[in-house]
Write a protein that binds this ligand. Structure first.
Ligand code: PLP
Length: 412
């Protein structure tokens, strides 16, 4: 008899963004004249930059000629792209990452979701709250948690990220084996200094733990003193894996390309306490289950690192950061507390005493603006909403005017 993986029963029934879409659809149906502005889901709105499109086209043209046609590519990705990544994203920042420590993939969501396959079922995991839901849900599916009770999965060590700790996770009181970190953070938009990350690297070394560091939003960092990669921290190569994505950096949400860095020094342990190469394990997993990103997409990703590509993507990110600035100023003028938006496209807003779904409904009904209720990211998100800067300047400006009208004098 074919039997189901019953760990799936532990998952919360529906996906946050599906619930939001349903509510938005209902309001639109009842008010067809309303022009609803979406600042909810974190999806880019600007077209791929010209240099990237050229790389993409060149790749397609090569596929159209027998002489330059490519079939299956190398499983970890083409050398031309991995070399550019290693040089530009790491070596230029003083991080000694080599091309053969990079595995190109179809995005950070799959990588962040798949990587947990390499670990034993009974390890202890530390996860921030609020959090990008993929880290948690994929561990639930794999059977590393107990049931979902009172808003939390049993067996997980939650690291509360609150105003009191500047939305930065604190070292857990109990020993943990696997730690998920994300900076700049989704959903809070908070960033971590080198000192902050060093604390985690030291902890991982001392405890034979591993850090999974999600740097999907690193290109939003504008303060040169903040680390863009965890490998700017000494010793991180022994204890950290990094997820990267071209989605928010270069507008690849629909094009799909990302990569993982698995340094060769990074070791995990078997039940006899012997060292196992994480790089070899991921190489085995990746080459068995993944057949590579399409050649034109890897050519498009390569073009991100050209001089024109770099200038063009910087201009796009500056555009979103300007939107974020408008959002921050508007929210501040209304007397709400917030974090993020400085080195991140997300602004995390304290709804004062309001529950996040109540705040979401208010903005949808009174301002026709869609945000994301913080409760969807974890228990600590309940009093918050997340507003995303991914939209046109015109829409963001209009949305903020409408929110100001809806909330002016709001003392809730
Ligand atoms: N990691 C974080 C923290 C994200 O917020 C997202 C997307 O929103 C991803 C990863 C997924 O990126 P990708 O589009 O590369 O799958």
């Amino acid at each position: 008899m074919i039997r189901a993986n019953e760990n799936y029963n532990k998952l919360k029934a529906s996906y946050l963004f599906a619930d939001i879409a349903k509510k938005v659809e209902q309001v639109q149906l009842e008010n067809p004249e309303k022009q609803i502005i979406k600042l909810g889901i974190g999806d880019v709105t600007k077209a791929l930059a010209p240099a990237i499109i050229k790389g993409f086209h060149d790749g397609v043209d090569e596929m159209a000629d027998d002489a330059t046609f490519r079939g299956y590519g190398p499983s970890p990705g083409y050398e031309f792209l991995r070399r550019k990544i290693a040089e530009n994203d790491f070596q230029k920042r003083g991080a000694d990452i080599k091309a053969d420590e990079i595995f190109v993939s179809d995005g950070a969501k799959c990588d962040a979701g798949n990587f947990q396959e390499l670990f034993a079922t009974d390890i202890k995991i530390a996860i921030p709250d609020p959090v990008y839901p993929v880290y948690l849900d994929t561990n639930v599916m794999a059977g590393r948690t107990g049931e979902f009770e009172n808003g939390r999965y049993k067996g997980i060590v939650y690291m509360d990220c609150l105003k009191e700790n500047s939305f930065l996770p604190e070292l857990p009181d109990e020993d943990v084996d696997l730690i998920y970190l994300c900076f700049p953070n989704n959903p809070t938009g908070s960033t971590a200094t080198k000192e902050e990350l060093k604390k985690w690297v030291d902890y991982a070394k001392e405890n034979k733990a591993l850090i999974l560091f999600d740097a999907a939003y690193e290109s939003f960092i504008r303060d040169e003193t903040l680390p863009r990669t965890i490998y700017e921290i000494e010793g991180a190569k022994e204890v950290a894996v990094e997820f990267r994505s071209f989605s928010k950096t270069a507008g690849f949400t629909g094009t799909r390309c990302g990569f993982i860095v698995v340094p060769k020094e990074c070791m995990i342990f078997n039940s006899k306490n012997e060292k196992i190469s994480l790089h070899s394990m991921w190489d085995r997993r990746h080459s068995t289950k993944f057949n590579g990103v399409s050649y034109p997409v890897q050519k498009a990703a390569e073009a991100v690192y050209s001089q024109e590509g770099q200038a063009q993507i910087k201009a796009q990110i500056d555009y979103y950061l300007n939107n974020a600035d408008i959002i921050r100023k508007s929210i501040k003028s209304l007397g709400f507390d917030y974090v993020g938006g400085e080195h991140s496209p997300y602004i995390w807003i304290d709804g004062k005493t309001r529950d996040s779904w109540e705040f979401f409904d208010l903005l949808l009904n009174k301002a026709s603006v869609v945000c994301t209720p913080g409760a969807g990211f974890g228990m600590c998100g309940k009093p918050y909403i997340r507003i995303s800067a991914f939209n046109s300047l015109e829409n963001v400006t209009m949305a903020m005017e409408r929110i100001k009208d809806a909330l002016r004098g709001d003392q809730a």
